[in-house]
Design a binder for this molecule. Sequence first.
Ligand code: B12
Ligand code: SF4
Ligand code: SF4
Length: 300
Amino acid sequence: MQEPARQALEYAAAQLGFSGMGVADARLHQGDRLRQFLDEGKHADMEWMQRHLAARLNPELVLPGVRSIIMLTYEYPRQDARKTAGSIARYAQGEDYHKLLLPKLADLDETLQFYGGSQRYFTDSGPVSERFFAEQAGLGWVGRNGLLIRPGKGSYCFLASILTTLELPTDSPMPNRCGTCHRCEQACPTQALSNGCCDARRCLAYWTIEAKTPPPPEIAARQGTRLYGCDACQEACPWNKVAKPAPIDPHLLMPAPLKSKIPADFARMNETDFLRFFEGSPIRRIGLEHLQRNTRAGNF
Ligand code: B12
Ligand code: SF4
Ligand code: SF4
């Protein structure tokens, strides 16, 4: 067991702004839920999920010799920053988290190299079941809204993973504390949640961010004032309501020009203005056409 490597990593992760760290055994098997999710078509048209299945079920295919999976959390804002119509999911209010977190993960990779480890690291970007391993690494539990919930901190956080060949001391999972609560399921505008899992075919986050085609009328009618992403199943969660305030990386806060824009401003934008305005933002990734489709489908 590499106790010193783990201690050094914990220190370095905290210095880099990560709010939590846990370690899971990479050989843990996650069962059939992912396969079942795909068999039932709940991934909608995200075909890459099917392509990554073998690697997702077997981290050895992602990093030969992998022994431990280090899971990290990074806080994002807990408040909806926009005063104007057209809400933007909290995670996307500031800069693109992939660009913010990957260099930090590269630093942690260097720390582990010092102890003789080989690593691969991801945040959302790789074939790793981040919620499953975060739960196994003792960081929280997967709630009925499908998200990782941490006592005292709630669910407003990104997850990041480092696969390593080092055998690090592991953590134990904590029990699920959703109890008899079903508020997230009740709050979901499209009834996308059942059995602790979100059906992307019904999820407004999917339709406003990932989908290549416009939503069916039944879903569009429920979009309301959502312009990009959806936080309804997190807003309803009592664990987010009682979460203690936490320091937030200023890069993830919404810049003033975006705070004041209304959906009609986006509807009028041309390609050049869009690319300039959303430089560094995750919203840039969906492209102007999709953003304008969202302004047409929503009820602003
Ligand atoms: C595809 C995807 C989506 C899709 C599909 C959603 C879905 N059903 O997973 C869409 C575009 C809809 C989406 C939406 C959102 N997403 Co998303 N998404 C992903 C991604 C890339 C893969 C998730 C996946 O594989 N899902 C399929 C399910 C079946 O697999 P799983 O999540 O690994 O779940 C496993 C375990 O948790 C366990 N499990 C799950 N539920 C239960 C319940 C029980 C009872 C048991 C026993 C086990 C169990 O079994 C599963 C299989 O092993 C992950 C990043 C990653 N690589 O993991 C981000 C990720 C899950 N998303 C994230 C976020 C923030 C969101 C949104 C909140 C964004 C927004 N505000 O608009 C919404 C929330 C929707 C929701 N309620 O789930 C974060 C979650 C952070 C957190 N605190 O948990 C992640 C981890 C990205 C990141 N790195 O931060 N997302
Ligand atoms: S993100 Fe919105 S639409 Fe998707 S499951 Fe949560 S509440 Fe439902
Ligand atoms: S709203 Fe209730 S059921 Fe849903 S995740 Fe939070 S505690 Fe669990």
